[in-house]
Design a binder for this molecule. Structure first.
Ligand SMILES: O=C(O)CCC(=O)C(=O)O
Ligand SMILES: [Fe+2]
Length: 341
């Protein structure tokens, strides 16, 4: 089996061209990448350049609004809404140097920015979410087949059949320009973490790099991580995918939910803003997650997310006690920490 591997990284690139005819080969490649590394990129995935550009335009329009307008839909404790500099990572004890907007399919009453502030925000966002969810379904069916499970396991597990219980989330991300700013070593655009969903699909723009992954992982549930970090090249034509903690558990740890982070630009690198967009396929609230070998107790999607949030809060307390001296930075953590994916 041969992979195309980005020069500067060891994250395999898997092409989805001729998907139906190449299905068996694609499943083999997805399983190999996800059991060894937990990350892969997708080429020829069917989401058009225009769709991706439109999504980034929407994101830029939204983040260009004044903070008091964005604050009309603040992060609401259910992984929906806007935050800025409010996500403190347990792994670093410092706030990510970013702002983000979380959007879901269900229970979004009052959480959509109004047409007075931004034109057609909801319709434009949902069009992109639908497209990414459809592609995710294709990939998740491959994982079900690769794991010897019923084809619909993760699709029925994540896609709302019309009852309004979806927990999947689109996250628009804006990492601010760091022109003329100095940061201590403990600051990151996004501190090291593993995602707690089933499957993440991440869109980047050419040249806006900084994403690093720490390939492979043996256990779910702690914030320890290895020390080998690989760069993932920022390419707008490829989707970066990673396995989240839910799929790691659902596969009895066969598929790895891998730690990753976004570093600040190094000396001599462009200091401009970075935009990325992540779609987190989450288990529906009442779906039971359990692997075929029953390695872990059954758990519902709702309980899984609740526990992930609790673990994050505990992690924050433990880490900030252990690390009292955080270097000063231009952007500092606000008093309230939030826990999102
Ligand atoms: O912006 C990126 O490249 C990664 C973001 C990420 O890992 C996350 O939001 O979970
Ligand atoms: Fe992530």
């Amino acid at each position: 089996m041969s992979f195309e591997t980005d020069d500067q990284s060891s994250v395999p690139c898997i092409s989805l061209h001729n998907f139906e005819e190449r299905r068996a080969e694609i499943i083999e490649q997805l399983m190999d990448a996800s059991t060894r590394i937990g990350f892969f990129t997708l080429a020829n995935h069917g989401i058009s350049v225009k769709q991706i550009q439109d999504a980034f335009e929407l994101s830029q329009e939204f983040f260009a609004l004044p903070d008091d307008v964005k604050a009309k839909t603040p992060l609401n404790g259910k992984n929906m809404g806007w935050e800025k500099g409010a996500q403190i990572r347990p792994s670093t004890g410092t706030a990510d140097q970013k702002e983000s907007m979380q959007l879901q399919f269900a229970r979004m009453e009052g959480m959509w920015p109004s047409d007075d502030d931004i034109t057609d925000f909801r319709a434009r966002a949902e069009a992109f979410m639908d497209a990414v969810q459809q592609l995710s379904v294709k990939v998740m069916e491959c994982f079900a087949e690769g794991l010897g499970l019923p084809l619909s396991t993760f699709t029925e597990g994540t896609v709302d059949p019309g009852v309004g219980d979806s927990q999947s989330t689109l996250r628009l991300l804006h990492y601010h320009s760091v022109e003329g700013k100095e940061f201590g070593d403990s600051f990151w655009r996004a501190g090291s973490h593993a995602d707690f969903d089933v499957l993440t699909m991440l869109f980047q723009r050419d040249g806006e790099g900084g994403l690093e992954v720490c390939p492979g992982r043996e256990v779910v549930g702690d914030f320890g991580h290895g020390n080998t970090w690989k760069n993932v090249e920022a390419r707008s034509d490829r989707i970066v995918c990673n396995i989240g903690d839910q799929l790691m558990r659902w596969s009895d740890d066969r598929l790895k939910s891998t730690f990753h982070r976004v570093r600040l630009p190094k000396q001599g690198e462009p200091k401009g803003p970075r935009y990325s967009i992540a779609f987190f396929n989450q288990a529906r609230s009442d779906i039971v997650i359990q692997g075929p070998g029953k390695k872990y107790a059954p758990i519902t999607g709702a309980e899984f997310i609740k526990q992930a949030l609790e673990r994050n809060k505990l992690g924050i307390a433990a880490r900030s006690l252990a690390q009292p001296q955080i270097k000063e930075a231009e952007v500092t953590a606000p008093s309230t920490a939030v826990t999102v994916n």
